[in-house]
Design a protein around this ligand. Structure first.
Ligand SMILES: *Cc1c(COP(=O)(O)O)cnc(C)c1O
Length: 391
């Protein structure tokens, strides 16, 4: 070690203190595979909170998206409309089935899929539209639903970041045919690796049970509905272990407190950074009809070099800030498996300019203040405009 010390990490996983107790209970209960009592508790909670027909825990959001792709029976030649500004899982879930991701640009305000461009990307091969609720702020689900209904498409929400957010007063996850949630360590409520598929298509639930039980009707055996279980359909191993579900339950119990605490930090940032909006940075936009879960605080800067420079300046002050997403449409796999369904200029614009600031439970006034001062000092001291390639 050379004395270099990063004192404000980008993320620090929060634990409520009950995780180990619940895991011990699960161990004592002698059922550690999926579909145990903690898993049921988590699924009931999710169903109540999101008002969906059915919630099924999965090993990840990625697995939940893959399960949705299997339920939709998409295959080679089929097209799935999605943003390019997202995590690769949004696309891979469908590429695994042989389908083609068709990338559509995002809105400048929320950085969510631009619903005004979706209809222009629909072809006779389109099967679904997959909005991503960036930073926990909902995409325009009403408009997307109308387009989907006009063309007979499914709506699959990548709600990885959006548990506890609302759209026109409705819980996010309730509007799509399916919605996928993540409980990855980097998300607000987590269990290391985990996820859930929310189902609003009632008829799909029995098949989803079979698919996630490796293609068998074992779930029905456990309910006493059949006297043996057999191979019934395509499937995979899409159940969340009871160990993870026990951990997750400790988090879901405190989901409201977690959201409130994250919002407090988010709002502290947002209030101060209003002063940067005279040309130095743009703050996140949350439409009036949306509430969000403070999954992320980000700023959009003047240009790419300024963003990269700010990240370095912050790191010199011991603050870890990050950027993402590298657009899928210009990635190796995106070029190989997908195609553009519109111009993608806003995607490139946002991807170059976005910087994400530390936001984790346990950040005190002290740490928030340090981030705020470091960002403000750097941006107000930097001469502009910045020459591209200057650093
Ligand atoms: C985190 C994330 C995922 C992947 O979630 P996992 O649970 O790690 O599979 C997918 N999509 C988006 C938008 C995400 O933020």
């Amino acid at each position: 070690m050379d004395g270099f010390h990063l004192d404000i990490p980008f993320n620090r996983p929060y634990t409520t203190g009950r995780e180990l107790r619940y895991i011990q209970e699960a161990v004592d209960g002698l059922q550690l595979s999926g579909n145990g009592p903690f898993g049921e508790r988590c699924e009931d909670w999710l169903q109540q909170r999101t008002q969906v027909h059915r919630a099924m825990l999965t090993p990840s959001c990625t697995a939940a998206l893959e399960l949705a792709a299997l339920l939709l029976d998409v295959g080679p030649g089929d097209e799935i409309i999605m943003p390019s500004f997202t995590f690769p899982s949004t696309a891979t879930a469908f590429v695994l089935r042989g389908a083609t991701p068709v990338f559509v640009d995002i809105r400048e305000d929320t950085l969510n899929i631009d619903e005004r461009l979706v209809e222009g990307a629909v072809t006779e091969r389109t099967r679904a539209v997959v909005p991503v609720h960036y930073a926990g702020v909902s995409a325009e689900l009403d408009a997307l639903r109308a387009i989907a209904d006009r063309h007979g498409l499914a709506v699959v929400e990548d709600a990885a970041q959006a548990l506890a957010s609302t759209y026109h007063g409705r819980p996010v996850g309730r509007d799509g045919d399916y919605a996928a949630i993540s409980f990855h360590e980097t998300k607000n409520v987590m269990c290391g690796e985990g996820g859930a598929l929310l189902l609003n298509v009632e008829e799909a639930a029995p098949r989803a049970e079979i698919i996630r039980e490796k293609g068998t009707d074992r779930a029905r055996l456990f309910r006493g509905e059949v006297d043996k279980y057999t191979w019934r359909d395509l499937g995979s191993s899409f159940l969340l272990s009871e160990v993870n579900a026990a951990f997750l339950w400790a988090q879901l119990e405190q989901a409201d407190e977690i959201t409130a605490e994250r919002l407090r930090i988010w709002q502290a940032y947002d209030a101060v950074f209003a002063d940067l909006e005279d040309g130095l940075a743009r703050r996140p936009v949350v439409p009036e009809h949306c509430t969000h879960n403070a999954h992320m605080y980000y700023l959009l800067l003047a240009d790419g070099p300024t963003r990269d420079w700010l990240i370095q300046e912050l790191r010199r002050e011991g603050i870890v800030a990050l950027f993402h997403f590298l657009p899928l449409h210009t990635s190796d796999a995106g070029l190989r498996f997908g195609r553009a369904g519109s111009e993608l200029t806003v995607t490139s614009w946002a991807s170059e300019r976005v910087v994400r600031l530390p936001l984790w439970i346990g950040m005190g006034e002290d740490e928030i203040g340090r981030v705020v001062r470091a960002v403000t000092k750097a941006l107000t001291s930097r001469e502009r405009p910045i020459e591209v390639g200057a650093r």
